[in-house]
Design a protein around this ligand. Sequence first.
Ligand code: ACO
Length: 323
Amino acid sequence: MIRSVVRGVGAALPKRVLSNREMESIVDTSDEWIVQRTGIQQRYIAGEGETTASLGAEAALKAIESAGLSAADIDMIICATSTPDNTFPATAVNIQNRLGITHGFAFDVQAVCSGFVYAVTTADAYIRGGLARRVLVIGAETFSRILDWTDRTTCVLFGDGAGAILLEAAEGAGTTADRGVLTAHLRSDGTHKDKLYVDGGASTTGTVGHLRMEGREVFKHAVGMITDVIEQSFEASGMTAADVDWLVPHQANRRIIDGSAKKLGIPLEKVVVTVAEHGNTSAASIPLALSVAVGDGRIKPGDVVLLEAMGGGFTWGAVLLRW
Ligand code: ACO
């Protein structure tokens, strides 16, 4: 059977770092409160000329280079983002243009913080369906531009950045010994749509709007939803928590990450955590974390990697793959 195998990974961060200490001069908060409640120590903030598409293109180029390929080899681009450069065209098309690609096709997916898990699942379906062979899957965000910088309950949590992987079709035996995506599971439940949302939009206010969140409500559901969908992945693949070499979760909050790992029985040494350095970069957080863990030699070819995310909608999902 055809498998979607990861061939390359890349990341891009804005130049400017915003520390918790600096945050104290923006809103009534403290380094201690932010670290204790979230684990976040700093975040990167996009400056002039840095956009979702520019960061996404930089990450994508690095993923292509790390695969030893060139832009001409790519036939499909998916960008997961909730902070597009424009309402349309899709940020993926903007990135396609920045990479100098005029063949194939490109589109965005929007599932907020679960966006990268949705995008990998979509790419895998296209590859297994024979519609594409080499796919750039990008998560790119500039959440700093939709934050209400007077709201301390949200503005301390998020940051900007981008990450990308290159997936390529490869023949597999159909067993869990194959490299590539082994199983993927997506969920959403719109009854929670008002717990984490942006209070503007093209069809309602005609403005971009600002992020609004009932943090405690999100927190309450997060661990249960994440662990449920991971259990589904284990059931579908016949694998268990003991088979997982690396859990690479969406980086929203250290307490959610630790709580999920504990409930699943995955030791914290096997969890890739970058929330302290990046903050919550929404759809970019998983590929940013992958890039860090591949770069420092933790994730190696053949390792079993579990990706999971939960976010606005609510949306949630998990992807189990062999690197
Ligand atoms: N600095 C200092 N105090 C603060 C701050 C701040 N930045 N923000 C809130 N507080 C205060 C509150 O006003 C409250 O004060 P009070 O007790 O006097 O009323 C107190 O701190 C506690 O507030 P809670 O909201 O109960 O704090 P909690 O422990 O729940 O932590 C947090 C808040 C970090 C937001 C937590 O609820 C959380 O992480 N929720 C999940 C959020 C999340 O993961 N969102 C991303 C999902 S991904 C996506 O799709 C974008």
